[in-house]
Design a binder for this molecule. Structure first.
Ligand SMILES: *Cc1c(COP(=O)(O)O)cnc(C)c1O
Length: 227
């Protein structure tokens, strides 16, 4: 497993995909998804061009992030947030939470932030594939939920996140990303803080870039398959 080489290849592919559709590659941020991988492998990535790391489970992050502190630029939380894990997550000071998917948890998060006197950057997770197994709000709820979230004093919504459909059918994957891009562009005029469109993983980031992704979340293509 050559992590440095994998990062180099991914960065080249991001660049090529951006140029292919007339976009500036520099505007696309790479989030290295480090879930299930040990701290030593993550350090290897951080020495070789990775600046942002993403974890999807609070407990796992709680065990790894403190050891890596000072070595990464940003830690992002990308998984489903359970309300009983909010305080534990906030202790880790995530730069961005990609996965806000309901008002109830958001309200609890806001209350916890108030106590800490902190503002938290968040993205709203939209379920664009309609797959039951996936978290996220329905696309047609996005306007209403963004409006409610924007009323919480200590949350700052920076954009939207989605997970593309797990399929070999490129058209269906494109439909997911096209949906999120549409919502993002539509909301951007109203929400001045909107700047991140988080979509694309190891198998589909090049398609996501075609539809405007400026934050891609890549795990297995950097660190190898997970068990
Ligand atoms: C695991 C995960 C990824 C990365 O998936 P890969 O296919 O390994 O690149 C991206 N986003 C989220 C939300 C994830 O849970």
């Amino acid at each position: 497993m050559d992590i440095a080489k994998n990062i180099e290849i991914i960065k080249e592919k991001i660049k090529a995909a951006a140029i292919d559709v007339g976009r500036n590659p520099a505007e696309i941020k790479l989030v290295a998804v480090t879930k299930t991988k040990p701290a030593e492998m993550i350090e290897e990535a951080l020495k070789n061009g990775v600046e942002i790391i993403g974890e999807n489970k609070v407990q796992e992050a709680y065990e790894k992030i403190p050891q890596l502190r000072g070595k990464f630029k940003e830690f992002h939380f990308i998984g489903h947030l359970q309300s009983n894990k909010i305080n534990k997550l906030l202790e880790l000071e995530p730069s961005l939470i990609h996965s806000i998917d309901n008002i109830k948890t958001a309200e609890k998060l806001n209350n916890a932030l108030k106590k800490r006197n902190k503002i938290q950057n968040i993205l709203v997770q939209v379920n664009t594939s309609g797959e039951e197994s996936k978290f996220g709000i329905k696309p047609n709820e996005t306007y209403e939920i963004c409006k409610k979230l924007s009323e919480f004093s200590n949350l700052k919504i920076l954009g939207l996140m989605t997970i593309g459909k797990l399929t070999d059918n490129k058209k269906e994957i494109e439909k997911c990303f096209e949906t999120l891009q549409f919502l993002f562009n539509d909301l951007k005029s109203e929400y001045k803080d909107f700047k991140y469109l988080s979509m694309g993983m190891s198998g589909d980031f090049e398609i996501a870039i075609k539809y405007g992704a400026n934050m891609v979340r890549i795990g297995s293509a950097i660190f190898g398959r997970r068990n």
